[in-house]
Every structure is written in C-alpha cells, then in structure tokens.
Ligand binder design. Structure first.
Ligand SMILES: N[C@@H](CCC(=O)N[C@@H](CS)C(=O)NCC(=O)O)C(=O)O
Length: 203
C-alpha cells in the first residue's frame, strides 16, 4: 500500500498517527508537495481526483480518499489495538465525537486559517470576513470541547481512540496557526500533553 502524504498538513497526520498506533509496517509513504501544487498535477489527480491528501493506494490500484475512511479501512485490516469501538455504544460514542470534532471544531478553525493566514494566500481565494466569522465559531467550539474534556480523560471515555486522533491533530495544528493559545483552554491543554506522551504523536 502507498500513502500519499505531506509532513506539514494535519489530515495525513491523522493517518500517520493511526498507522503508528497500530504498528503497521507495510505502507510506503509518498510525500506530495502542496506548496508547489503537486497535488493539482495531472499525475496526482489521476490517483486522487479530489486533489487532496491523504490518499491510500492499494495493491490492486484502488484508491481510498478521506483520512477517516482510510483509518476505517486500516482498522478492518488490523483490528488490534481497537481504535473505533468494541461494542455498539462505544462505536457510536467514538463516531459521534470524531464527527463533532471534525464538523464543529476542525472545519471552522481550518476555514479561519485558510482565509486569514497570509501563508495561505496562494492556496485559497481569501475572504477575510468569512475567515473572521469562522474563527469566532471555532473559538466557541474550543470552549465547548474544553468543557467536554473535563468529563473524561480521553475524548470518548477512558481509553485512547480515533476520536483522540481527530482532536489532537485539530488542536495541535489549528490553535497556534489561528494565533490562539492553549492557555485559554486548560482541558485541551491537558489532553494535548497526554497525547504528546504517546510515541505516535511524532509520527
Ligand atoms: N476531509 C479530507 C480533507 C483533506 C484535505 O483537505 N487535505 C488538505 C491537507 S490537510 C489538502 O490536501 N489540501 C490541498 C488543497 O486544499 O488544495 C480528509 O480528512 O482527508
């Protein structure tokens, strides 16, 4: 299998963390240069028509796009350690938290970054008003998820799961890039420290 990757971007980092947690060793990493627009080249589009990374190419040429879909595929191939839930309520809880973090936290913070950060002006037709609105929504969500994290050690209960990967890849990347600080979110800061102690954190 081949993983189309970029070391600086947050979506492929989810997959790299997942691979590290599962200790999977048969995936070749192929780096794609986003800054030079390699992901928009005809060669890469032929592999991943969405022009995004990550993408996972299987031995038979099948390509899976979307970081969560890739992780779900890998969970089926390598069930241990379980990261998507072991019983109906745990499966639902992990799905709920990972989807809520993605939709309510990651998307607004990502849009704020894309529309406000000077470094993104080459990659995005920036709309400052839209960026500011998304930043406000993102800050509201940070407060919400900070309070939610006070209820449990990990995002979806008492053990590490994919929901924690969704959270740490979002907070570690987008809080700083949006010129926000972890100091304002003590439970997210606690969670970040917990995640930074895992070897997969630097994958
Ligand atoms: N929902 C997708 C998002 C993929 C995505 O947007 N990847 C970014 C890097 S984090 C990308 O390829 N951006 C290129 C662009 O926006 O042109 C996933 O989770 O895989």
């Amino acid at each position: 299998m081949k993983l189309y990757n970029n070391e600086m971007a947050n979506s492929p980092r989810k997959v790299r963390m997942f691979i590290a947690e599962k200790n999977i060793s048969d995936i070749e990493i192929i780096n794609i240069d986003l800054m030079s627009g390699e992901h928009k080249s005809p060669e890469y589009r032929a592999i991943a028509p969405n022009s995004r990374i990550p993408a996972l190419e299987l031995e038979d040429g099948t390509v899976i796009m979307e970081s969560t879909a890739i992780c779900r595929y890998l969970e089926s191939l390598y069930p241990e350690p379980n990261l998507f839930g072991e019983n109906p309520i745990e499966i639902a809880s992990i799905e709920m938290w990972q989807a809520r973090i993605y939709n309510e936290l990651m998307i607004p913070l990502a849009m704020a970054f894309r529309h406000l950060h000077p470094g993104m002006s080459e990659m995005e037709i920036q709309n400052k008003d839209y960026g500011e609105t998304q930043k406000t929504i993102g800050i509201k969500s940070l407060k919400y998820f900070d309070a939610a994290l006070a209820e449990a050690e990990f995002v979806a209960g008492d053990r590490f799961t994919f929901a924690d990967i969704q959270m740490i890849t979002t907070t570690d990347f987008f809080i700083g890039l949006n010129r926000l600080t972890l100091e304002d979110y003590p439970e997210i800061k606690r969670h970040s420290k917990l995640m930074s102690e895992r070897s997969s954190f630097s994958a």
